[in-house]
Design a protein around this ligand. Structure first.
Ligand SMILES: Nc1nc2c(ncn2[C@@H]2O[C@H](COP(=O)(O)OP(=O)(O)O)[C@@H](O)[C@H]2O)c(=O)[nH]1
Ligand SMILES: [Mg+2]
Length: 225
């Protein structure tokens, strides 16, 4: 089989399992968000703060976290009392729907209404794999450079939301916020954009409100900054 044909058939099988997952999430009333970013952009940190914000609240959250090696992120995320499960891909640079399905076999989804999936740190491969999510969320930290939306258009064109993260670091970088937003909108005119920081202002309020809207209405209202 030609390489291209093989890739197409892998993606087709992935889409079939992702459709099963989406149907299952729909039946259970689970909003699934697939969080994608480079290594170190702040995926686990954002999810830690998010889980902390939901402790004792009306949502029952579960989280899957993908990494090539180590269970470290699951250990960080398990501290908040919600089910947290690591998927170790053993070298594969993205999560696929079959990995998510296998991991969920070990997680009780009873009552869960919000499922976060932290994808493997990578702006390229995870974009191609549907995991049954309601939305892909891309995190771009200001430490990475404002050229990323045009360099990695595939993930920015497929994401419903971009978090412009670590804005507390803006004074120490040459990151051009306006250019990054304009370029993200050039590849995806419908992308929503929220500025966030786990350290200083503006915190994660905008993101938490967005998540609330995603769960409350099952679809996500438009947010712009
Ligand atoms: N200054 C700053 N550092 C952050 C912020 N969010 C995360 N970090 C740091 O960025 C590093 C990578 O974060 P992590 O959540 O592990 O990133 P991941 O690899 O995308 O999961 C850690 O040292 C975090 O403390 C932020 O908003 N501002
Ligand atoms: Mg992480």
């Amino acid at each position: 089989m030609e390489r291209v044909e093989l890739q197409q058939s892998v993606l087709k099988e992935n889409d079939r399992i992702a459709a099963e997952l989406r149907a299952e999430f729909g039946r259970r009333g689970i909003v699934c968000l697939n969080v994608i970013a480079s290594p170190g952009a702040g995926k686990t940190s954002v999810l830690e703060h998010t889980l902390q914000a939901f402790v004792g609240g009306r949502h029952k959250v579960a989280v899957l976290t993908g990494d090539i090696q180590t269970e470290r992120d699951a250990a960080r995320l398990a501290r908040f009392g919600f089910p947290a499960r690591q998927i170790t891909t053993g070298g594969i640079c993205h999560l696929d729907a079959a990995m998510v399905k296998r991991a969920l076999a070990d997680v009780s989804l009873d009552g869960v209404d919000l499922l976060f999936i932290e994808n493997v740190g990578n702006l390229v491969c995870p974009a191609a794999y549907d995991l049954g999510e309601v939305a892909k969320v891309v995190i771009l930290s200001v430490a990475e450079g404002d050229d990323k939306p045009l360099k990695y258009p595939s993930i920015f064109s497929r994401a419903k939301l971009m978090l412009l993260h670590k804005v507390d670091l803006l004074p120490y970088t040459r990151f051009d916020l306006a250019a990054a937003k304009a370029d993200a909108r050039r590849v995806n005119p419908a992308i929503e954009i929220i500025e966030t920081s786990c350290v200083g202002a503006p915190g994660l309020h905008g993101w938490l409100e967005w998540v609330e809207r995603a769960t409350g209405r099952g679809s996500v209202a438009r947010t712009t900054v």
